[in-house]
Design a protein around this ligand. Sequence first.
Ligand code: SAM
Length: 335
Amino acid sequence: MTFDWQLANECFINEMSADKNTDLCNQPDLIIDTDENLSWASEELVILKNSFFESLDTHALELFNAWSNKSEHCSLKVSTYFQAYADQLHSYRGRNCTLVEIGVMEGGSLLAWKEWLGPGARVIGIDINPEAKELEKEGIEIIIGNQADPTFWEVFLKENNDIDIIIDDGGHQYFQQALTFFCILCHAKRKIQFIVEDTSTSFFSNFLEQNEESFVSLMKQVIDNLNLKQIFSKKGLSNWRNDIDLQIVKEYQKIQSLCFYSGLISMKIDPLKGLIPLYLYNVNRRTKKEDLRHSGCITGVKFTWPDPIQPRDVLFKGLVESKNKLLVDVRKKTK
Ligand SMILES: C[S@@+](CC[C@H](N)C(=O)[O-])C[C@H]1O[C@@H](n2cnc3c(N)ncnc32)[C@H](O)[C@@H]1O
């Protein structure tokens, strides 16, 4: 299958330009990186810049400013991460909290975290490279270790039992991301917000061992377990399919939520709260209304299952015949 990315991009930019009248000239310049043989035209750059700044709320803009001001400490971020981080972490700002980031490099992001979270924040960097220790003179605690080593996590999490946030911006290989996740899940004794950056590497062909199974495919399985937690509610037991491994669902009970952004995944791990979902009524009786949910089953509607690797047509099954056979084919627009 060939994809005309240039055509798709042009349409996208035109759609973006339609509602961009705001004058955002006062915003700082964006230093945008592209492949050597590719570039954005100057009118596209105006649209992209306006669209970026318009997409940020105040927390995200302050995070962007804290990060872009650290220009002596080179750092690369995808533009959509600022709002994602602001959504997930703004409630920690101005509070006493401990943030750990795997992957120090020049320290640009660690210094931004310290400024953005405020003076009550303890900020720790983990890196496999002993040179990362240089950043200690800037007031960041640095621990040298390998994120793919379970023994490292066992010791580190035992010695630091006040951690609120862990960000993985380390090696980005599938086994590193997966082992980091398993170790944190296994050792978490309190609420931890765990965020993995650059999960788009799950689709890179030049990364080790991650084309069949990847970190993103692991996370899709975690979503299954999150939904299956309700099986422990003692309600509607006969509804569930009978091939579910309850031991696995139980092991993942500590995960309370999972948020997916473009190239970034955030999850709340909390071993102390909401382990068993309960079905609650607001009154001590059952409803007297008939539930007509089964009478709405539609049949004959074809839907393009939006799997970008193996797109396929799926036909809905139900009782009511639909006249409109083809409901959605997202690829039609780009043909
Ligand atoms: C993408 S850079 C981090 C950039 C930094 N967070 C920033 O935004 O400015 C990745 C870092 O992860 C470190 N790293 C790679 N593999 C690692 C591993 N297995 N354990 C710990 N650190 C690792 C590298 O040494 C490098 O400093």
